[in-house]
Design a protein around this ligand. Structure first.
Ligand SMILES: NC(=O)c1ccc[n+]([C@@H]2O[C@H](COP(=O)([O-])OP(=O)(O)OC[C@H]3O[C@@H](n4cnc5c(N)ncnc54)[C@H](OP(=O)(O)O)[C@@H]3O)[C@@H](O)[C@H]2O)c1
Length: 260
């Protein structure tokens, strides 16, 4: 059921940069009180001041989503300040470049700690505070629908996140809580620079990508409507449809990319 965000309380993880920062701004502009959660607390504070200056309500909380105690403290502060949580946007995430035969297990473990266990921590701590009409929005990726070469372990973390979303959606449906998976394609943020990498590889072709604001608008729409799956652009939808219908052809096309 569609609902307005006015007076709602939304937690956005990874709000210090890129898609999370734009999402926090968008949710605040639609009337939600926003909890800004990430590690870079100065950046969160700057965003909090900006939102407050434009008449919104925000709280900046230094949070490492991979640490359960840190998530618990963030949720305690959020509920203490705003009384409840209606929307959780699990956006915090980290990339990892490296071919599967070479990628380091410790890097894969770290990326799973943030991208999968981080989201799980937030879901498990927030859910008991969430009533009917609650929204959980997990930011996955188009490469969580079809893994591509040179970033396979990162793709695996997004496949794992989708699995959590699909099981949870059914488990909490009776409680009136919706679960959304968002599948952005390339988005113009600092994501690539912030990614871990196994070794320097030539940068292959990449689409120009969309702005983080475009992704944020889709996320905020999903927070209002409780949409199941969210694609950001038509090419993203076509990519997923194509690789689903023609998996062998997709392998062949991706082989040329793996050669670079
Ligand atoms: N950009 C793309 O092309 C693209 C495409 C598809 C999906 N995505 C997904 O979109 C999400 C946002 O990425 P982005 O593009 O906005 O990249 P970004 O600019 O690098 O932002 C990543 C955010 O995650 C936060 N983060 C990382 N580790 C964290 C931790 N342990 N605890 C809390 N926060 C943590 C970072 O904050 P701190 O460093 O301050 O903690 C930062 O705010 C990610 O889940 C990513 O996988 C991105």
């Amino acid at each position: 059921m569609e609902q307005t965000l006015k007076g709602k309380v939304a937690v956005v993880t990874g709000a210090s940069s890129g898609i999370g920062e734009a999402t926090a701004r968008e949710l605040a502009s639609r009337g939600a009180s926003v909890v800004l959660a990430a590690r870079a607390v100065e950046r969160l504070e700057a965003l909090r001041r900006e939102i407050s200056a434009s008449g919104g309500l925000a709280l900046a909380v230094e949070t490492d989503v991979s640490e359960r105690a840190s998530v618990e403290a963030m949720v305690e502060r959020s509920v203490g300040e705003f009384g409840r949580i209606d929307v959780l946007v699990n956006n915090a995430g980290l990339g990892l470049s490296g071919r599967i035969p070479e990628v380091r297990a410790e890097d894969v473990r770290h990326v799973f700690e943030v991208n999968v266990i981080g989201a799980l921590n937030c879901i498990q701590v927030v859910l008991p505070r969430m009533g009917s009409g609650g929204r959980i929005i997990n930011v996955s990726s188009v490469v969580g629908r079809r893994a591509i070469p040179k970033v396979g372990a990162y793709c695996a973390s997004k496949f794992a996140l989708n699995a959590l979303s699909d099981a949870l959606r059914v488990e909490v449906a009776e409680r009136g809580v919706s679960v959304t998976s968002v599948y952005p394609g390339t988005t113009r943020t600092a994501f690539r620079e912030n990614s871990r990498r196994t070794k320097d590889e030539k940068r292959g072709w990449r689409p120009k990508g969309v702005s983080p604001e475009k992704v944020a608008t889709k996320i905020a729409d999903a927070a209002e409507k409780g949409t199941r799956d969210v694609y950001v652009s038509v090419p993203d939808r076509l990519f997923v449809a194509g690789v689903t219908l023609f998996p062998h052809l997709a392998d062949r096309v991706l082989r040329s990319w793996a050669k670079d």
